[in-house]
Design a binder for this molecule. Structure first.
Ligand SMILES: [Zn+2]
Length: 50
């Protein structure tokens, strides 16, 4: 049985794909989860059965 890794990007749910948070007091803060990219790399382990 082989194991493959599938990597795809999903929109960051924490900053809604913006890459940063809008602060209530004004200004913005870079999103830590996606590091300002607005996208998360989603890894999925796939098992392939032959
Ligand atoms: Zn984010």
């Amino acid at each position: 049985m082989k194991k493959g890794q599938l990597v795809f990007k999903v929109r960051c749910p924490y900053c809604n794909g913006n890459g940063y948070f809008q602060l209530l007091l004004g200004g913005s803060e870079t999103c830590d989860y996606c590091r300002g990219e607005g996208q998360l790399k989603h890894k999925e382990e796939k098992s392939t059965v032959s």
